[in-house]
Design a protein around this ligand. Structure first.
Ligand code: ADP
Length: 272
């Protein structure tokens, strides 16, 4: 609690008067703490691959100097660690750029069906690695707007990558784009806004996410399984980026998951 005293001017009566302002700083403190945590987490995430790079450089300069086979193996690991740092820096910069523009609504229109098809094609190498396939149900000509094509492509990419990474090996990812059902209809989702919208959904048939984690998934660096997320190549920022892009579009993100069945990420966006 912050207490602030202001002398009243002109003073009323003989003794003068003070105006006391009491302000609750709980929220400010929470924001400050979140900021400090974020910097600490980001530094830690960068420092881990950096420490490994430094270690390998020392080994290559010393004990492994003349061992060609070991050198080649170490260089491979070093390339992976450097790539991990690059991805993390890209995501950190991306996130801060999105945050800066979050209060300026986008201005374009985006054919979500066409965008979905393009992004699925671009995912082919990652899908092949996991032996996964995408079942696409996204008619072209469903436009979101006002919208930013680059940012919505990133939403699709992050959700598809996660479905691939955490879904079942050899599994099926269902990607669909459809008109949001009007609120008046029986099967309408009561949580969606009442305006006309388009719903984009990415569903996997993976192990699912225990219920208690769901509310925290979009926090920066929050992972259900720390080691696993990192080993799988995630930066821990994917869903935070998705959430901020969806907010900028005045949309909504909904996450549903059932253990042993799979997870579904739905994004409601305003229809043009
Ligand atoms: P990461 O880079 O770690 O994937 P995200 O922000 O994209 O970061 O996701 C946060 C966490 O949410 C992941 O570490 C993972 O534990 C969980 N998660 C995300 N998508 C899925 C999914 N489709 N199935 C199961 N868990 C998921």
């Amino acid at each position: 609690l912050r207490v602030h005293a202001v002398p009243m001017d002109p003073p009323l009566g003989d003794g003068g008067r003070l105006l006391l302002v009491l302000s609750d700083r709980t929220r400010d403190r929470a924001v400050e703490r979140m900021r400090a945590d974020f910097v600490a987490n980001a530094s830690h995430e960068l420092r881990t691959p950096l420490a490994s790079l430094i270690g390998f450089i020392e080994t290559l300069r010393g004990p492994a100097e003349d061992d060609r086979e070991a050198s080649a193996r170490f260089l491979g690991i070093m390339a992976e660690q450097a790539d991990r740092m690059r991805r993390l820096i890209d995501d950190l910069l991306g996130l801060s750029r999105i945050e800066i523009t979050e209060h300026q609504p986008p201005t374009g229109r985006v054919d979500l069906g066409a965008l979905a098809a393009t992004e699925v094609e671009a995912m082919a190498p990652i899908l092949a690695k996991r032996g996964a396939r995408v079942a696409l149900d996204a008619p072209v000509g469903l436009f979101a707007g006002p919208a930013d094509a680059g940012q919505l492509a990133q939403v699709l990419r992050n959700l598809l990558e996660n479905a691939c990474r955490y879904g079942r090996e050899g599994g099926t990812i269902r990607l669909s784009v459809e008109r949001a059902v009007a609120r008046t209809e029986a099967n309408a989702n009561p949580r969606w806004p009442a305006r006309p919208g388009i719903v984009l959904s990415v569903a996997d048939d993976g192990p699912g996410i225990p219920r208690q984690h769901l509310p925290r998934l979009t926090e920066r660096f929050y992972r259900v399984d720390r080691g696993r997320g990192r080993d799988a190549g995630g930066t821990g920022l994917g869903l935070a980026i998705v959430k901020h892009i969806v907010n900028r579009h005045r949309g909504q993100l909904q996450i549903e998951s059932e253990e042993g069945v799979g997870s579904t990420f739905r994004v409601w966006l305003p229809a043009e």
